[in-house]
Design a protein around this ligand. Structure first.
Ligand code: FCB
Length: 451
């Protein structure tokens, strides 16, 4: 096998609400996540992102850690309600100042900033106007993007628009476990479509004023059938269409997958044909988030796809209950190339939640399972590159242990530990291992990790 290309973009990722804390500081108004997390019963343990990793105040230290690890890039997201507190209208200069300070310090440290414009925290004022179910949301998003591009576009070469539209809609509008907490398939279909339109409108706006690169971030989870009965095969196809093709087909093929008619039922709205030209406006790369695959059987009790996941005896599962399955990362990458054509891809998230010990007397955090997860998935990326997929970078999820949405802070994805009380940072073994991987362009990946 070859080494990773010398200019491979080695990075780590976070998102605003999950790490920043201080959600209402310096003129920000609440986001939908801030309000949702404060509703009793929404988040495990009643936690909120009020402090999170306290990155809003500790970011200089976080950049020092990134430098120590030798990261070449850092993916983070901007909080819309810091920049435009009401979502539209007046700009809050102090919100933009925060991100400008972060970006300039990253650049000074030689770390390429890769911002995501929207990683789930919508200004609460926009939720009151229907949020993503309102067709105007695409314009709101493009106006926000425009403000950000004008301020930071000269310094940033690579942007992503929206993180994982599938999770936004499935969790927020189908299962009601993320804001806006709805269980309404019709509104879900509108929200999905408007997220795609919003992406298209932001790309169009970017083209008008800058010449860097822009792409969207999609999550993929290959779907395997639990048996070869027709019921299981059909359930698997529906699950695949709903999760894996619902966004990519319109982005790259100009249409929704046929199986969505079964998933959304006869009430599924028709969308104007001209929307697909906007959705499909060419982008420069695709961001792929990959964590796991799933094995599916037909389950009449599990709408909207009527598929339930079957655990595999002998397989390893992370703390999220996700099977560790690096081969499916290779499959996802090869499938992307075969179905949608050859295009640059960045792995914008990949990582594992595992329980960690406390730091020992020397301050070491031994996390062999996370380190091995990282090693096996990087080998998978390299295999995909060997098979001709144009993968240009990899961002470990996550730089920091953080607020894992409805699960609270219990699920630890960080390659850097964040103490739940003091918020002190300690690089874990997986973080040091990643430093060594980066320093040698991946050469040490072939050695079995030692305890
Ligand atoms: C992804 C999200 C990210 C994090 C990981 C574990 O779906 O993009 O914010 O929660 O899962």
């Amino acid at each position: 096998m070859t080494s990773f290309p010398h200019d491979f973009l080695w990075g780590a990722a976070t998102s605003a609400y999950q790490i920043e804390g201080s959600p209402l500081a310096d003129g920000a108004d609440p986001s939908n996540w801030h309000l949702f997390a404060h509703e009793p019963g929404r988040i495990a343990g009643g936690e909120t992102g009020d402090i999170a990793c306290d990155h809003y105040r500790r970011w200089p230290e976080d950049i020092r850690i990134m430098s120590e690890l030798g990261l070449r890039a850092y993916r983070f997201s901007l909080s819309w309600s810091r920049i435009l507190p009401q979502g539209t209208g007046p700009v809050n200069a102090r919100g933009l100042d925060f991100y400008e300070g972060l970006v300039d310090a990253l650049l000074a440290a030689g770390i390429q900033p890769v911002p995501t414009l929207f990683h789930w925290d919508l200004p609460a004022a926009l939720d009151e106007r229907g949020g993503w179910t309102n067709r105007d949301s695409a314009g709101w998003f493009a106006d926000y993007a425009d403000v950000v591009f004008r301020r930071l576009g000269d310094r940033i070469r690579r942007w992503t628009t929206i993180n994982e539209p599938w999770v936004i809609v499935d969790a927020g509008f189908v299962h009601g476990v993320h804001p806006p907490g709805l269980t309404d398939l019709n509104l879900a279909a509108h929200a999905s479509h408007n997220l795609l339109r919003a992406h298209g409108q932001a790309v169009t706006c970017y083209r008008a004023q800058a010449d860097g690169e822009i792409g969207i971030v999609i999550n993929l989870e290959p779907k395997d059938p639990a048996s070869d009965t027709e019921a299981d095969l059909a359930a698997t196809r529906r699950a695949d269409a709903y999760m894996n093709r619902q966004y990519l087909d319109p982005l790259f093929l100009g249409r929704y997958p046929g199986e969505l008619a079964e998933v959304f039922g006869p009430g599924r709205p028709e969308f104007p044909a001209e929307d697909f030209a906007l959705i499909g406006v060419p982008m420069d790369f695709l961001g792929l988030n990959y964590y796991t695959r799933s094995v599916n059987r037909y389950d009449p009790e599990a709408p909207p796809v009527f598929a339930a996941q079957v655990r595999q005896p002998g397989a390893e599962y992370s703390d999220m209950g996700w099977e560790v399955h690096p081969e499916s990362l290779v499959r996802s990458l090869v499938w992307l190339k075969e179905r949608y054509g050859d295009r640059p891809i960045y792995i914008t998230e990949n990582g594992g939640a595992f329980p960690d010990p406390e730091p020992d007397d020397q301050g070491r955090v031994a996390d062999p399972r996370r380190r091995e997860y990282l090693r096996l998935h990087l080998l998978a990326v390299r295999e995909a590159i060997d098979r001709g997929v144009d993968v240009r970078g990899y961002f470990a999820w996550s730089l920091l242990d953080n607020f894992e949405w409805a699960c609270g802070t219990d699920k630890r994805f960080g390659i850097v530990r964040v103490d739940p009380i003091t918020r002190d940072r300690t690089v874990k073994d997986s973080g040091w291992y990643y430093r060594d991987v980066i320093a040698g362009d991946g050469d040490i990946l072939d050695q079995e990790a030692l305890e």
